[in-house]
Design a protein around this ligand. Sequence first.
Ligand code: SF4
Length: 141
Amino acid sequence: MRNPSLCDGPGYRTVVFLQGCDLHCEGCHNKSTWPIDKGICIEVTELASILRKQSFNKKITISGGEPLLQKEAVLDLLKELSDFDICLYTGHEMEDIPEEMFKYLKYVKVGRFILSQRTSTTPFVGSTNQKFVRIYHEQTK
Ligand code: SF4
């Protein structure tokens, strides 16, 4: 967990890094998150409780690793924190995000990291192929 971060979505955000990544991008700065069998196991309800205490402004980013390797747990976490401003960082594409997740999300970052397109100037992404998208809802949170 990183708290707070200014580079993982708009504003001060508490970032939770989920273990396991199946993409293995060249130049990944977070290789320790690759093995799915490392890290710590924690119940979704307990993680939600920790995030409620840690995040003073209810803004969090779910990152990794690759969060979509744990889709069910992520969806449960989104439901637990449905009053939060939540950003999801995935290396997969928009169509890989389960439809049900979108109603709980305010932002998503999609696309794998491509070393040859690395950027330090485009906000909230690591390479220019990636997209950072605001999700609009009929009634914004
Ligand atoms: S998706 Fe992210 S965590 Fe996974 S290998 Fe690529 S840069 Fe690393």
